[in-house]
Design a protein around this ligand. Structure first.
Ligand code: PLP
Length: 343
């Protein structure tokens, strides 16, 4: 694949696609310790055919973004939370933890080295950053790998769901992405492999993605594709599901805080029953990639439940979006510790 050329990119019309940027960070773990890592131009990883990640899925990743501010600075949104979540995922898959301070430093090095690819302010584009930790060492029995690779690469992106802040429709899936005591709380490849077929089925049926219900009784909403769900009740409570098989979304926890402290809404992490959608006047999907994507309608058992509307964004969703993205792009004051500038 050809290296990306920043001078040829159409910043206003970026998709959500891989690009091979000039630099990434790579570090190796062997003989029981992390070796010194650093930037490299090589975008391929040399792997044994018996690398544990290839067979047994011993790998975890993160998704985060760098934002260009109006005064041309570049900033990260809560990168310490991604470092902490990768630590949790690593522990769940019996992988060595990449130190959290070094994680943030590696991300900053990659963003700085690829600064030409951070889209200009006002285009809506961002630099999507993908930290990845894999069991690279060879073994054929089901064991943890003897060696690991931690890498961070990046690419400029536009909106994840077509249309960005315009409402899209979803449908419930009959499949589960993760079990309650499985790996749903971890950002590991297996969860996403399990989501490919249900996601594809939803796309074929004309939906943006599928909504997963709880893996025990299929009665409660869990996730919206690769984003968390939120609803705004008729009496202005921001409600988001609580379950051991949901990925703890950094965007969701940020919105919970903003809803309470900036918008004066009530907040609740609890059960969201699929047969009680009438309690919500608005609903959305939230995540780093999705940002906030309003849910126009949600189909379940052949019936489409429309929230605020299939074409218009509800006012609370819009306010949450403006507050969140204002903080991320540096035009709204951030709560302490949420923003780290890359210089
Ligand atoms: C399954 C799943 N749920 C939720 C999210 C949203 O998490 P975050 O807000 O930390 O990006 C993501 C994306 O990372 C995801 O893959």
């Amino acid at each position: 694949m050809a290296k990306a050329d920043a001078s040829k990119l159409d910043w206003n019309n970026l998709g959500f696609e891989y690009m091979d940027l000039p630099y990434r960070y790579t570090a190796h773990w062997k003989d029981g310790a992390w070796q010194d890592g650093g930037l490299t131009e090589n975008s391929t990883l040399p792997l044994s055919e018996a690398a544990v990640v290839l067979h047994y899925g011993q790998g975890a990743f993160e998704g985060m973004k760098a934002y260009r501010t109006p005064d041309n600075k570049i900033q990260l949104f809560r990168p310490d939370r991604n470092a902490a979540r990768l630590k949790n995922s690593a522990e769940r898959l019996l992988m060595p933890v990449f130190p959290e301070d070094k994680f943030v430093d590696a991300v900053k090095q990659v963003v700085k080295a690829n600064a030409d690819f951070v889209p200009p302010y006002g285009t809506g584009g961002t630099l999507y950053i993908r930290p990845l930790l894999i069991g690279s060492g060879a073994t054929i029995g089901v064991h943890a790998a003897p060696e690991y690779i931690f890498t961070v690469f990046a690419m400029p992106v536009g909106s994840y769901f077509k249309g960005g802040m315009t409402p899209v429709n979803f449908t419930t899936s009959q499949y589960d992405r993760a079990a309650h005591k499985g790996t749903g709380q971890s950002k590991v490849g297996g969860n996403y492999a399990a989501s490919l077929l249900p996601g594809d089925n939803a796309h074929k049926d004309g939906f943006a993605d599928c909504v997963y219900l709880d893996p025990v009784n299929h009665q409660k909403i869990e996730e919206v594709g690769s984003a968390n769900f939120f609803g705004i009740t008729k009496d202005n409570v921001f409600v988001t599901p609580k379950s051991p098989s949901i990925l703890p979304s950094i965007t969701k926890y940020s919105l919970l805080w903003l809803a309470e402290h900036r918008l004066g809404l009530g907040t609740e992490e609890g059960d969201v029953y699929i047969d009680q959608l009438d309690r919500f006047k608005e609903a959305g999907a939230c995540g780093t990639a999705a940002v906030i994507s309003p849910i126009g309608g949600l189909e379940h058992n052949g019936k489409l439940h429309v929230f605020y509307g299939e074409t218009e964004v509800g006012p609370v969703t819009k306010k949450l979006y403006d507050e969140l993205t204002g903080i991320q792009f540096g035009t709204v004051e951030a709560p302490e510790g949420w923003i780290q500038v890359v210089d």
